[in-house]
Design a protein around this ligand. Structure first.
Ligand SMILES: C[S@@+](CC[C@H](N)C(=O)[O-])C[C@H]1O[C@@H](n2cnc3c(N)ncnc32)[C@H](O)[C@@H]1O
Length: 209
């Protein structure tokens, strides 16, 4: 619900720029973003390669064998994701972008109302997501980061490290709800993207659900 509320506020602040999610898995958090998008006639671009993060691979804590494609032997959450979005009646609102988030970021140019970072939690993917996507947040828009744990006893470091980077890069704390941190890009930040006049413009290759 904190994510839903943040997304609604960001859509108002930016005039309906797109919402972007990095890391969708089976679509749970996507639905909360999409619920806000529907209310503001906006869209959610859900970026995921759908092969799972390190901790979701066989032998790791968060592995789910039911999500392995029997034909390839590889984790594939795209069918579950599509099912989640279809069942919720949100196919017109959610656009799946299937690919590596850093690659997508390199070709992305539309300022975003909100970017939700919940992709790979290792050091390399988390910092790559920050570097690729923090600059895509529109002036006055929001950056949301999941699994931020100031105390190392509670969880991994990389999401906390990128949260600290955001603060030092001029983002300001908006809210902390559990391990979700929401930060706002200053409206006078020199490299802040300008929100587009239309939320429908997105210059990236995307597969519509
Ligand atoms: C923790 S799960 C996301 C959970 C989801 N946000 C939710 O709350 O339901 C992390 C997701 O990030 C994706 N992911 C990890 N590294 C990625 C990368 N480099 N590019 C695209 N997706 C990635 C994984 O495939 C996985 O689905």
């Amino acid at each position: 619900m904190a994510l839903y509320r943040a997304a609604g506020g960001a859509l108002v602040a930016t005039g309906g720029a797109p919402l972007v999610e990095i890391g969708s898995w089976c679509g749970r958090s996507t639905l909360y973003l999409a619920a806000a998008a529907v209310e503001h006639d906006a869209v959610v671009f859900a970026v995921d390669h759908h092969h799972g993060s390190e901790e979701q691979q066989p032998g790791w804590e968060w592995h789910d064998p039911t999500l392995v494609d029997p034909a390839t032997g590889v984790v594939d959450t795209l069918p579950s994701f599509r099912h989640t979005v279809r069942q919720a009646g949100l196919e017109a609102t959610v656009v799946a972008v299937v690919g590596d988030s850093a690659t997508v970021a390199r070709h992305w140019s539309t300022p975003c109302a909100l970017v939700f970072v919940d992709g790979g939690h290792g050091s390399t993917p988390a910092h790559a997501d920050y570097e690729g996507w923090a600059p895509q947040v529109a002036s006055g828009g929001l950056l949301a980061i999941h699994d931020v744990f100031p105390d190392p006893a509670d969880g991994g470091r990389p999401p906390y490290e990128i949260y600290l980077r955001a603060l030092s890069d001029g983002f300001a704390d908006v809210s902390a709800t559990g391990c979700l941190r929401v930060l706002r890009r200053s409206t006078n930040s020199p490299d802040a993207g300008e929100a587009p006049e239309s939320a429908s413009a997105a210059s990236t290759t995307a597969a519509a659900l």
